[in-house]
Design a protein around this ligand. Structure first.
Ligand SMILES: Nc1ncnc2c1ncn2[C@@H]1O[C@H](COP(=O)(O)OP(=O)(O)O)[C@@H](O)[C@H]1O
Ligand SMILES: [Mg+2]
Length: 411
């Protein structure tokens, strides 16, 4: 059956988008934090080392024997000016012969800059007549930072792809039960309207035919009126069945109690003996169990049993027999089996798997014009699941059928 697939595609995309945005924000924040933290650590470390270098140089200046100045780190370069004129500098390959200009006039400030393709960090300090400029090459640190950024970006992209695939899978999986429920619902509505259409069509055509004969009396058209009335009764029953089916399908409140199966069966079957006599059918009950106490929802159990007995009467002719049996389960002595057996039309092997489906009716039943909607057994099926009993059927086409309920004994 076709349903509007678009609804789910849209929902899927929406869910996926929300997932991805949340994950991306989170990932982005994590990566940005890592990067900022790493840069901060690296720069503060460099500044600290340059600061130490400065102190080291100062002690050598104080001792007035500043030739040659020993450096803590060979990567550092130092330029010392006295009254604006260069007094001392370390030879290096970066600022060969040319004096590097001061990047900051502010005292004791670290400046980072790029020159001739290299990165430097510089500290300028004025003390008295002296100006000390310490420069450190930070190419390797900058390289580490840029490497880290590319690794983080790479990992970020890989994890985004990975997360995208996981989200896609999860979104699909999350929507499966919803999609199934939606499909079932849509199919149910489609089937129900289809089933309701037939009686409505009959009623309206009968009414129309009455309109065409304004001079006839009601007595003349008694048959037409009777047919229309029969169809409205069918409609009413169907609507009631549909209602109880959807009720069973929704959230059900169970009302479990201990009761005696034998008395329940006596209570139900009372009404059927008259019907059996009137329809010229044989009707009997046999209890082959000593203890018949069970614990379940009595009303719902009764409903299932009624559906089975109603069907047994419906699908048998005069002269057939209907027999209700309660016996111990031979396979599990914890269970009782209640079966409704008839010698009626029986069910073909192909139909048995579909018997409990909504609106299912055997073709031979439809052709014989036996009234029904195919809802009864599906109500029995849902109800059985709700109260936790097992139901089933065995049948021989043309010979008869046997519907059973397996229920746990109450000790
Ligand atoms: N006792 C039975 N004997 C033969 N066929 C049966 C019996 N009970 C049920 N069926 C088959 O199962 C179908 C579904 O039953 P049900 O859900 O009660 O719907 P309905 O009785 O309204 O047709 C029936 O149409 C009939 O074909
Ligand atoms: Mg029925």
């Amino acid at each position: 059956m076709k349903i509007n697939k678009d609804v789910f595609a849209k929902t899927k995309n929406k869910l996926l988008r929300i997932n991805m945005i949340v994950v991306m924000c989170f990932l982005g924040m994590l990566l940005a934090f890592t990067m900022i933290y790493f840069r901060y650590i690296t720069y503060t470390n460099i500044d600290k080392e340059i600061g130490q270098e400065f102190k080291h140089i100062i002690t050598q200046l104080d001792n007035s024997k500043y030739e040659p100045i020993k450096l803590l780190d060979p990567k550092d370069m130092v330029y010392i000016y006295e009254n604006g004129r260069i007094k001392y500098y370390t030879e290096n390959d970066y600022f060969d012969k040319i004096l590097p200009e001061k990047k900051s006039d502010t005292n004791q400030v670290f400046t980072k800059y790029r020159e001739n393709g290299h990165y430097f960090k510089e500290l300028n300090v004025n003390i008295g007549d002296y100006h000390i400029q310490i420069i450190r090459n930070i190419d390797s640190e900058m390289f580490s930072i840029s490497k880290l950024i590319s690794i983080i970006l790479f990992l970020g992209i890989i994890s985004l792809i990975f997360i995208y695939m996981i989200s896609l899978y999860l979104t699909k999986k999350a929507l499966v039960p919803i999609e199934t429920a939606w499909k079932n619902q849509a199919k149910f509505i489609q089937d129900a309207s289809h089933e309701l259409r037939t009686p409505i069509t009959i009623v309206s055509s009968k009414l129309e035919s009455l309109l065409k004969k304004p001079d006839s009396t009601i007595g003349d058209e008694a048959e037409t009126v009777a047919i229309a009335m029969k169809e409205t009764r069918r409609l009413k029953k169907m609507v009631n069945d549909l209602l109880s089916l959807t009720k069973e399908d929704g959230i059900v409140q169970l009302n479990k109690e201990v009761f005696d199966l034998k008395s329940l069966i006596d209570e139900i079957t009372e009404d059927y003996f008259d019907i059996a006599e009137y329809q010229e059918k044989e009707f009997s009950c046999d209890i082959f169990a000593d203890k018949t106490d069970v614990y379940t929802d009595k009303n719902k159990f009764k409903q299932i049993l009624r559906i089975f007995i109603d069907n047994a009467f419906k699908y048998t002719k005069a002269g057939d027999s209907i027999n209700i049996v309660v016996k111990e389960d031979e396979e599990d002595d914890d269970n009782l089996i209640v079966s409704v057996n008839d010698t009626g039309i029986g069910i073909s092997k192909e139909d048995i798997p579909n018997l409990f489906d909504r609106f299912f009716r055997s073709d031979n039943v439809r052709n014989k014009d036996i009234d029904g909607s195919g809802i009864g057994l599906s109500i029995a099926d849902v109800t059985a699941k709700n109260i936790g009993v097992e139901i089933g059927v065995t049948s021989e086409y043309g010979e008869g059928s046997s519907f059973f309920i397996k229920i746990q004994k109450k000790h």
